[in-house]
Write a protein that binds this ligand. Sequence first.
Ligand SMILES: [Zn+2]
Length: 565
Amino acid sequence: MQRVRLAAGLLVAAAPLLCASTALADTIVLRGAHILTMDDAKPEASAIALVDGKIAAVGGDADMQPFLKGAEIYDLPAGALVLPGFQDSHNHLVWSATELEDTDLTSVADKEGLKAALEAGAAKLPAGTWLRASQWDNVALSDVSAADLDAITGDRPVYITSADVHSAWVSSATLKAAGITAETKAPEGGRIEVDGKGNPTGLLRENAMSLVSKLLADYPEAQVDNGLTKALDEAYSYGVTAIIDPKADEWMLAGYKRFDDAGKLKLRVKAAVEITPEEGAGGVAKVLDYKKRYAGPHLEVDSAKIYLDGVIETGTAALLEAYVGSNSAGDPLITPEKSKEIAIAADKAGLQLHAHAIGDRAVRMALDAYEAAAKANGKRDSRHQIAHVELIDPADIPRFAALGVLPNIQALWAYPDSYIVEETEPKLGPERSEWLYPFGALKKAEATLVGGSDWSVTSMNPVEAIQTGVTRQDNADANGRVLTPQHKLDAMDMIRAYTVNGAYAAFDEANSGTLTVGKRADVVVLDRDISKVAPTEISGAKVLVTLIDGAPVYKGEGLPEPKKE
Ligand SMILES: [Zn+2]
């Protein structure tokens, strides 16, 4: 699809918050399409007026009358759909954006492809310097070692992260630089893979990655800025107007802040800062310090992130019962006591919690920690979240609504791809596999589902996740197997997860999430009505225009020229 972008200068001039007096278009009217407001008080409309960055009127053509003079009027194609801007509640925007500026292994699925990509990456670097790469497909390329890298890159230190960012693959020079030998003990919550003789193979899981990542130089600001510029444009092209960044380190917050200070951060970022088991309750002070220092009109640190486990593919997800064919149920990355200690302290400080939990034991630990916080500090409007929720024990399903905990779902993962078919179902067995991504059961139990991409683990295009949430099939194969059909959601559930529920998760429902008079004019227009088309047509939807604060930040093919009356 051909993307039509506005020139940067025009964007700045049109942003009402920056310079309302010189705004090119104070008023925009969108009409002639189906409008789903996601506001129960007035769910549908056919025209909307945006004035000075806010929604001024929602209704029919007659309601637009007071706003037409001087307005830019878009007569939208019939069949288009107007929605509140999408909110992506789990998006590693600046981190992934920066990593993708390293050598990108996104489409590499075999050793030949790897060789070509790493050679091309190395050619751009001075001899002996670190080569960093990301998006390694550790299912397609699982049986690998440091020697494979040495054969391509010689004695260069190499650090490659898997697409799920739970494993690292390093060269022999890297093992040497990090002092990792057969004697090295992995840090708690980490695993150094070894061969039959006990020697490290070059694969590091979870917290063991830190043995190397702590040696890496800070990213140059230019790399962060280049990456973030592209990632923001990509977000706008999908209609994303707000995100929750679930793990923002200080350099990432500094990147957002640089952009916000320069007026280049249009979408809203709510950020979570990780508290490690070593930091414990003391980590709360760090989060509060970042909250103070990295605040801006579009940026707020409001959450603490805790990692409870890893991923099922590598046996690092924490399960209630052992993996099939193994004695191990996977060790959590943190003890139940520590997770409660952190949850209680963060909750007491008024922070939201954002837990990474994949296995059913990790999910239960997160719920237990949140319950402990409510007991210790009194029940409050905390909106704590659990991201991923890949496997939930049925006994824990009702606890989400009961505790007011939000399942933060990555619906694009809920179909039978190779991760599920080859690496997950065989490790769980048929009975537990019935409870993979149990979104339907969560909905029936009245949990508030929020949607996130986990970009760059998977695509940040919300309509792709919306389709998979509805079909639980491969978006590219309408006849493909359906994963646990009892957990299907409908299109409106998924749209809600990406709009009104996202705003709720971000404590921003007073300003966004529905098309309601007085709220921020964050709007996306799609070329088709994804609430009505066949489910297999949803992911093909294209954005005609994305507006933030009433100003277009992306214009797609098929958007008519605005006219004046
Ligand atoms: Zn994540």
